[in-house]
Design a protein around this ligand. Structure first.
Ligand SMILES: Cc1cc2nc3c(=O)[nH]c(=O)nc-3n(C[C@H](O)[C@H](O)[C@H](O)COP(=O)(O)OP(=O)(O)OC[C@H]3O[C@@H](n4cnc5c(N)ncnc54)[C@H](O)[C@@H]3O)c2cc1C
Length: 457
């Protein structure tokens, strides 16, 4: 019980999972404290300033089906900071070829809306497009929650469904590599089925793409702080939790500065940290979490002296540039000099993680010149690289069985984090869902007390 006479909950980790958990626990009547090791909130989805630019550590994309994430932005009053397309429309560029696009029709129910989308996708031959439609309809019949689906790799399944190397790269890879941060061959079939079903096959508007129109920290740090303060959540940054001790009565959360007693704890930290913090009695299978591993994302930032493309973003085929985004306005680079700030986003990037920055900048500067004639004549004013070695867990076949549910062996402790068993990929949406799932496990102070006494007896 806190000095305020209320039951105390501590949330460890101020990423999207932790922020969502805090706001929900506060709404349920808990007295909430948030402990975060860094000086800022937002976890992996943050931005920083560099030479007058606001730089997202990695470009983030939001889909209209991110209902819980958009709900959280709504609660924080910043939904308007994500700009959505009026319909899914992905320009697909190839060096030396006419641009193609994956664009849904304005009308028509799912999944029929995909027929004209694929029919107009000129990167594939008519036979390949027909085969892709058949495979998508077969994918729609898969159950993403079936463990047998997760044991299969997407690559194997696609080959068994007649999808050749070109279609795997130019269609499936275009979506799966950024969505799951892993190559098509190794990706979990269950998570791929989740992405295609929820994002493309069940609701026509679900796959419309949104891009933050403010630096990520404006949403996930500044707006989050305001919301948490309004909800009465105590936020303590630069507080690294070293252990969570659990008894039948409650928990003690240890930091370098001392300890905090709590009736309930939500850990909303990456899997290696959660395994380190929690005792084995609370998380008997924690050894397994390390096998979820990690997968990198690298962004190459290119600042030109003049505009080189009018596209807000796009994907590529046959180029090292996977996806690119125009960040001129969001990054604060829309100066009178009229330059353009583009970001190349490379997912499943473990193989380029250790490449020197100069080389990555040079490779992608040349690749952009192959895609955009105007880039060939433009001067690169600045080029730099951001790297997130542990951007997501490795979302490969068989990973679902190793993702733990929110509930632990203790009624006082719940797990959150986009790596837990949300059924969703490691995304902003998965993170928020995990935070909400954890608070459902903890419940309200009254139900928590009742259930705890039943378990203790
Ligand atoms: C470069 C990049 C690009 C991405 N692109 C997309 C995208 O386009 N769309 C999308 O939906 N998702 C994307 N993601 C994934 C998305 O960012 C994550 O899934 C999400 O942010 C994870 O949130 P989380 O709260 O689960 O974990 P985290 O954000 O990792 O938060 C955990 C927090 O816990 C803190 N912490 C750790 N240990 C301790 C400790 N001992 N004590 C106290 N605090 C601790 C950390 O400092 C951190 O703030 C991307 C990720 C990256 C890195």
């Amino acid at each position: 019980m806190s000095a305020r006479g209320r039951h105390r909950a501590v949330v460890v980790g101020a990423g999207l999972a932790g922020t969502a958990a805090c706001l929900d626990l506060a709404a349920r009547g808990w007295d909430v404290t948030l402990l975060e090791s860094r000086s800022r909130l937002g976890g992996r989805a943050y931005s920083f300033s560099r030479d007058g630019l606001e730089v997202d550590t990695g470009q983030h994309v939001v889909l209209r089906c991110y209902e819980e994430y958009l709900g959280l932005l709504g609660r924080m009053g910043v939904t308007s900071l994500v700009g959505f397309q009026d319909r899914m429309d992905i320009p697909v560029l190839r060096p030396g070829a006419r641009p193609a696009r994956l664009r849904r029709t304005r009308t028509g129910p799912a999944p029929l809306h995909l027929l004209p989308t694929l029919a107009g996708y000129s990167v594939l031959t008519p036979t390949e497009r027909a085969g892709a439609v058949r495979a998508m309809l077969a994918l729609r019949r898969l159950d993403p929650d079936d463990p047998a689906t997760d044991r299969q790799s997407l690559g194997g399944w696609l080959r068994a469904h007649g999808q050749g190397a070109r279609v795997r790269e130019a269609l499936w890879g275009l979506v799966v590599v950024p969505a799951l941060n892993i190559d098509v061959e190794a990706a979990s079939l269950a998570l791929a089925a989740r992405v295609f079903r929820t994002g493309l096959l069940e609701r026509a508007t679900a796959g419309d793409i949104g891009v933050p129109e403010a630096p990520l920290s404006a949403l996930h740090d500044e707006a989050a702080r305001r919301s948490l303060a309004r909800a009465g959540v105590r936020v303590r940054t630069r507080e690294r939790v070293s252990a969570v001790e659990v008894t039948e009565e409650g928990c003690t959360v240890r930091t370098a500065d001392g300890e905090t007693a709590a009736d309930a704890v939500v850990t909303a930290v990456p899997h290696d940290q959660a395994a380190r913090l929690l005792p084995v009695q609370v998380a008997p299978r924690k050894e397994e979490w390390a096998t979820l591993g990690s997968s990198a994302i690298v962004n190459v930032h290119l600042r030109y002296d003049r505009p080189v493309t009018d596209l807000p973003f796009g994907a590529t085929v046959g180029s090292p540039v996977q996806w690119f985004f125009d960040r001129t306005r969001t990054g604060g680079a829309d100066d009178p000099a009229g330059g353009q700030y583009l970001v190349v986003s490379l997912s499943a990037a473990d193989d380029v993680l250790d490449e020197p920055a100069e080389r990555l900048v040079d490779v992608h500067r040349r690749a952009m010149a192959d895609l955009f004639p105007r880039a060939a004549g433009a001067r690169l004013v600045d080029g730099f690289v951001t790297r997130e070695p542990r951007a997501t867990f490795r979302q490969c076949a068989g990973s679902a069985a190793r993702r733990p549910p929110a509930a632990t062996a203790s009624p006082h402790v719940a797990l959150a984090g986009a790596w837990t068993a949300t059924g969703w990929p490691d995304t902003l949406e998965g993170a928020v869902r995990s935070g909400l799932a954890a608070t459902r496990v903890i419940g309200s102070p009254t139900t928590h007390r009742t259930e705890r006494s039943v378990m203790v007896r």
